[in-house]
Design a protein around this ligand. Structure first.
Ligand code: ADE
Length: 273
């Protein structure tokens, strides 16, 4: 369906504009300030897309300082109906191996200094308080299509997973890493919260491909996570996430999302007091 427009938020190292055809750059502002970088507009196999580098193209914005409100607001204002993102993460489970992709379906929030709503009382914010439901933070329809692509491409993946988002920028201690496991998390990163929450408030269909780069530091017999280790694994596997994006976007565009988007809008609207 032609009304589909897909925002792609690229995590560290996965913000290569070459995946888009007919590219152009657009700098925008929002009531919440500027997004992390210029929006790169273009098409993937005929579908309109917008690419945004979560940490800036120069990777100069840390996870606590990403303007998540502005990023999601900008993509919504440009007409995006969907957001598909990539995020590097550490594995907290033996069977989830570096190089795998986890289609996370829920999260545990261990952040503590991020604004999680558009209804934040600031001058240009909409009025009211939004109690958005989080029983299903990610779009199940979009996740299913990403899963189909992962299966078709034969990539190691997990159809579900609990993401625990830490504040960062430091990595977890061994004691914390073991605690996240006890608490039921499968993977750990620094950016899912509040991005997915704001996307839900905005009524967007949001799905996240979590690319496993390391085993964090809970294992005694495995090298603990470091920037070097995470980047090395990431570089080896980034092309997988790009191939999934190229495969899934036409699948998304081929479906009719009218009712889903209407339902999403209704959920957001009814959540505001
Ligand atoms: N990103 C990649 N690996 C990570 C880890 N172990 N913890 C938090 N964020 C990460």
């Amino acid at each position: 369906m032609s009304c589909v427009k897909v925002g792609i938020i690229g995590g560290s190292g996965l913000d290569d504009p070459n995946i888009l055809e007919n590219r152009s750059e657009k700098s925008v502002d929002t009531p919440y300030g500027k997004p992390s970088d210029a929006l790169i507009t273009g098409t993937i196999k005929g579908t309109n897309c917008i690419l945004l580098a979560r940490h800036g193209r120069k990777h100069n914005i840390g996870p606590s300082h990403v303007n998540y409100q502005a990023n999601i607001h900008a993509l919504k204002a440009e007409g995006c109906t969907h957001i598909v993102v990539t995020t590097a993460c550490g594995s907290l489970q033996e069977h989830i191996q570096p190089g795998d992709i986890v289609l996370i379906d829920t999260f545990i929030d261990r952040t503590h200094k991020r604004v999680q709503t558009f209804y934040d009382g600031s001058a240009n914010a909409p009025k009211g308080i939004c109690h958005i439901p989080m029983n299903e933070p990610f779009c199940p329809r979009t996740r299913k299509l990403v899963e189909t692509s992962l299966k078709e491409l034969g990539y190691g993946h997990h159809a579900n997973g609990v993401m625990l988002t830490i504040e960062g920028p430091r990595f977890s201690t061994k004691a914390e890493s073991k605690l996240w496991r006890i608490q039921g998390a499968d993977v750990v990163n620094m950016s899912t919260v509040p991005e997915v929450i704001l996307a839900k408030e905005a009524g967007l269909c949001y799905a996240s491909m979590a690319l496993v780069t390391d085993y964090d530091c809970w294992r005694d017999d495995t090298e603990a996570v470091s920037v070097e280790l995470a980047l090395e694994t990431f570089k080896k596997n980034a092309q997988k996430a790009i191939n999934v994006l190229l495969d899934v976007i036409p699948r998304i565009a081929a479906e009719d999302w009218t009712q889903t988007l209407k339902d999403n809008e209704e959920t957001s609207r009814k959540s505001v007091m």
